[in-house]
Design a protein. Sequence first.
Length: 167
Amino acid sequence: MISLREWGPGDQHATRRLLIRAFGQPDEADLVESLRAEGAVILELVAEAGQQVAGHILYSVLSLEPVWESVQLAALAPLAVDPEFQRRGIGGALIHMSLPMLAHTGVDAVIVLGDAAYYTRFGFSPELAATLHSPFPPGDHFMALELSPGSIEGCGSKLRYARAFGL
Ligand SMILES: CC(C)(COP(=O)(O)OP(=O)(O)OC[C@H]1O[C@@H](n2cnc3c(N)ncnc32)[C@H](O)[C@@H]1OP(=O)(O)O)[C@@H](O)C(=O)NCCC(=O)NCCS
């Protein structure tokens, strides 16, 4: 059985192992640890299969320059499911559970850089993100989702990611 819950310090080693297994490299595990050290984490959840951490999602602070009508943004990165547990709905469940929690903390919109075929299933839109200035090359992989409807419509601000991203 899969259960979802907030990440805790006792999950550190298991999460690192999962991220290395999912991405095949330590970069994302290092990023997550740097985001925690920087105090930039807004929300972090894990999916557990029995005693094993099978999935993980993290949202970090993202600011707008210039600020836009006191809108609060979050960056979704990374999302990972252990290869052994992929394609069972765990990634989707982590997204579905976390979005209302984020809205509850006052986040108005979420930005993600990822596969459009995957994230558009959850309502992320490349068109919505198109007016924002990202440090990444433009394209369909750069997407936004509004939790407060209309919150980033027409916003032409620059996105400032947490320092851990090294942008
Ligand atoms: C991407 C990832 C988180 C999806 O998690 P998951 O639990 O396997 O996904 P779900 O079970 O919720 O959804 C599975 C569906 O998404 C599709 N999917 C999975 N990864 C995808 C990707 N990168 N691009 C497009 N579609 C993808 C699957 O084909 C499957 O489609 P189907 O339902 O039509 O068969 C997981 O595959 C993973 O950790 N990958 C390696 C790390 C990674 O690339 N993370 C994303 C960084 S932005």
